[in-house]
Write a protein that binds this ligand. Structure first.
Ligand code: C2E
Ligand code: CA
Ligand code: CA
Length: 760
């Protein structure tokens, strides 16, 4: 029996030493308290083993060993307390009680050592149990030993309370962490009490001390974290938003988490599906030996598209043998949806849903880089779109744009791209063969019929650029199509214009004109030419002042080239002021020479009404130069008179009041020439030269001229016809009562010098 107990204790001691050796390698937080505890347990078990082996003749040695055993139990409970505090993370006793405990343990220890000589704690007696033939040391405890007991049991009780408290408080998965230590401590105490109560020959609780130490080593450092980790792993897998299929090395599905079931099937068929999935995957990737493989995949479930990011992973052991594999499915549907949405927002115009500027450029570049056939770019612009917004509100404008976008979208074909570039400017790139002008015009006209209240009639323009060089910047192509539009802007009859290189040429010319204008005016490169006006009896009654630009390098430039540009740029009034002044100056000069019978007609541009106080201009001319007011005649084109009739009438009244005569220029070229005559008080009618130009309808033209002259006679207005080129025309006009003529038949516009030589 003694041998059995001793062997058991030695085995336990060896085991504990192994445990301590392994603890050092681990890095767990409460490591040091475990180590102290085990060392003390080794010491305790060691002392007790020595004690029971000491033969009867070594009484003092036995007393000493036994004393060491008792004192080591003091330190065992002290370290148990320290360990419990660390293990449960409950604040250990504060400094003072801790010192008191240490002091008491120290005093108790010394007391046991001294006991070897004084025997005040216990005494030994070597005995033999006759029945079983065992020799043993009988321990006779003295009164003071009770103090030791109280001290030890108090500390044990303290540890037990802490463990019990934690056991109650902690979540289920942690209960085991405390319960097994608690049980073992109770067992040690219980056995200890039983042994002493029954006056046992040996204190068997020593064995439990040792096993408790080993058990603490295992529970504190290994079992709980491992178990917890396992538990956490399984929780992660169960609750994961990533679906999992796990297979063994035969390809049998051994597990699928709820997410995987959710993704593939709700019923128990999941294993079949999983195995089928693996088979399909292996078939697809049989040539790829990688252990980890990822791929995007689209799954249709209940008619809904699900984007999955699939990761396949093979598990191998350290020797590279197959252990199984798993699939991870990340549902990226929401992510893809968001990405698609963001992508859409970044590349599309929110109002119309067409591409935006930047995206169009990218798309156009892409299309053209792959183009195998001729392409064209079609741009559109709604006339006076700003006015629609102002008159009918932004909603009406938006509605119109949306309607146009829908029309464009409907007509889009493979290999084309459309965008709203800005405001009402749309642009489409398409293969040339898909562009059908008639269809486009028809569709656009339908869009324009969206029904705005009132009589507002929408008009639009299309500019088409036939792409000759696909490498040209997209915005150059766009500009060219827009240039085509510009060439017909203001025209109500034409809807479509095709880009021609002349447009670009024209722009360059315009730039040149405007660039040189200031200098030309300053250097008096502009010069007044005069074209005589002849009365029916053949006498010269006056002349029309027509501007000529005598360019230092280019020579004489006729007004048809630069006047429209200057009008467009809003600077024509500066030239007109100059011309009017030239005429006034000349009239003053003639007056001084006594030639008061000749008049000069000057042109007033439509745009002058916007930029000038015309009355004031002619009033100041009259005060600056001394000429006969009636000799400076003012030509205002019919179309100018049509616009802004109220303001014009006021100006005309002012001019009349100053004493000027007003001629209606280009009469008959506009839309409602006759209607206008009713309101406008003009003095002379100048019939446009279109009626004289060779047409198929000579008869109709002559009838019109005849009647215009007849009517103006009725209104008491003298008539002058311009563009007279032949004797026949002069005869005819004389016959029908025309008062004056102007035209190449008599003379072309000429320099003032020549005019004076000829007619003065
Ligand atoms: P307009 O006022 O109608 O001037 C008459 C134009 O007809 C002149 O062209 C004249 O040279 C041309 N013409 C005269 N007789 C005949 C003819 O028998 N046959 C033909 N085919 N043409 C004839 P021009 O000088 O080239 O002027 C063109 C236009 O430029 C003028 O048309 C006028 O609108 C504008 N313009 C000319 N000078 C001025 C100016 O000082 N100020 C403004 N604002 N415009 C001017
Ligand atoms: Ca004129
Ligand atoms: Ca004219």
């Amino acid at each position: 029996m003694v041998q059995a107990l001793v062997s058991l204790l030695i085995v336990l001691i060896i085991l504990m030493i192994i445990c301590v050796g392994s603890v050092n390698k681990s890095s767990v937080r409460n490591r040091s308290s475990v180590v102290h505890l085990i060392w003390t347990a080794i010491f305790t078990a060691g002392c007790y083993t020595v004690f029971i082996l000491v033969p009867p003749e070594y009484y003092n040695l036995a007393t000493f060993a036994s004393g060491l055993y008792f004192l080591s139990t003091d330190w065992l409970v002290v370290y148990l307390m320290i360990f419990t505090a660390a293990y449960t993370q409950i604040q250990p006793p504060s400094k003072v009680p801790r010192r008191i405990i240490g002091f008491l343990a120290g005093v108790d220890s010394i007391s046991f050592v001294v006991n070897t000589f004084t025997h005040h704690m216990f005494d030994l007696e070597s005995k033999v149990a006759e029945k079983i033939g065992i020799r043993y040391w009988n321990v006779q405890l003295k009164g003071l030993h009770t103090v030791h007991r109280i001290f030890v049991y108090s500390l044990v009780l303290y540890s037990l309370c802490i463990l019990l408290y934690c056991l109650i408080k902690s979540p289920v998965i942690y209960k085991n962490k405390y319960s097994s230590i608690l049980a073992q401590v109770l067992a040690v105490v219980g056995l200890n009490i039983i042994c002493s109560a029954m006056d046992a020959k040996f204190d068997y609780s020593v064995v439990l001390y040792a096993s408790l130490a080993i058990s603490i080593w295992y529970l504190a450092l290994y079992a709980s974290p491992k178990k917890l980790l396992g538990r956490i792993h399984s929780t992660i897998v169960e609750d994961s938003v990533i679906g999992l299929f796990v297979y063994d090395n035969d390809g049998k599905c051994v597990g699928a988490n709820p997410m995987a079931k959710d993704l593939f099937a709700e019923d128990e068929e999941i294993n079949v599906i999983a195995e089928q999935y693996l088979a399909e995957w292996m078939e697809k990737y049989k040539d790829t030996p990688a252990n980890v493989l990822s791929a995007e995949q689209l799954v249709i479930k209940n008619g809904e598209k699900i984007h999955l990011y699939v990761t396949y992973q093979k598990f191998l052991d350290e020797k590279g043998r197959n252990l199984g594999c798993c699939f991870q499915f990340e549902n990226r549907t929401e992510m893809v949806r968001k990405y698609t949405e963001e992508q859409y927002k970044a590349t599309h115009d929110m109002l119309t849903g067409l591409l935006n500027r930047n995206a169009f450029e990218e798309e156009a570049k892409r299309i053209l880089s792959e183009a195998r056939e001729p392409y064209c770019m079609v741009c559109s612009n709604i006339k006076d779109f700003k006015m629609i917004n102002e008159l009918y509100g932004a909603d009406a404008g938006d509605k119109l744009l949306a309607a146009q976008a829908n029309m464009i979208r409907r007509s889009e074909t493979e290999g084309s791209a459309s965008a709203r570039i800005y405001a009402d400017k749309f642009c489409s790139l398409m293969p040339r063969r898909n562009y059908d002008e008639q269809q486009f015009v028809q569709d656009m006209s339908m869009v324009m019929e969206i029904g705005l209240e009132g009589s507002f009639k929408l008009h639009y323009y299309l500019g088409v650029y036939d792409i000759t060089d696909v490498n040209e910047p997209v915005w150059t192509m766009y500009d060219k199509a827009m240039l085509a539009i510009e060439s017909i802007s203001g025209d109500y009859e034409q809807f479509v214009s095709y880009y021609k290189d002349e447009f670009l040429q024209h722009i360059m010319e315009e730039k040149e004109v405007l660039g040189n204008f200031d200098k030309a005016l300053e250097e008096e490169q502009f010069c007044m030419f005069l074209q005589p006006q002849i009365s029916r009896d053949g006498t010269v009654v006056g002349a029309e002042a027509l501007v000529r630009w005598i360019h230092p390098e280019k020579g004489m430039i006729s007004p048809g080239i630069f006047i429209p540009t200057l009008e467009k740029a809003g600077v024509i009034h500066r030239l007109d002021l100059y011309m009017w002044e030239s005429a006034a100056k000349k009239l003053e000069e003639w007056k001084k020479q006594g030639k008061e019978n000749l008049s000069i007609s000057v042109n007033i541009s439509t745009k002058d009404f916007f930029y000038l106080d015309i009355c004031e201009a002619f009033r100041s001319l009259a005060s600056k130069y001394d000429y006969n007011i009636k000799n400076l005649k003012l030509e205002i084109t019919e179309s100018a008179l049509m616009e802004n009739i109220k303001d014009i009438m006021k100006t005309l009244d002012g001019l009349h009041w100053l004493g000027y005569d007003i001629e209606i220029d280009d009469f008959g070229s506009g839309y409602s020439s006759l209607g206008m005559l009713k309101d406008i008080k003009a003095d002379i009618l100048k019939i446009d030269m279109i009626f004289l130009q060779e047409t198929k309808n000579v008869e109709r033209s002559t009838t019109i001229i005849k009647n215009i002259i007849f009517m103006s006679k009725e209104l008491g207005m003298p008539v002058i016809t311009e563009g007279v080129e032949t004797k026949k025309q002069v005869d005819f006009l004389t016959d029908v009562g025309c008062d004056m003529f102007q035209g190449y038949y008599f003379a072309k516009p000429m320099s003032v010098e020549n005019f004076e030589k000829e007619y003065l």
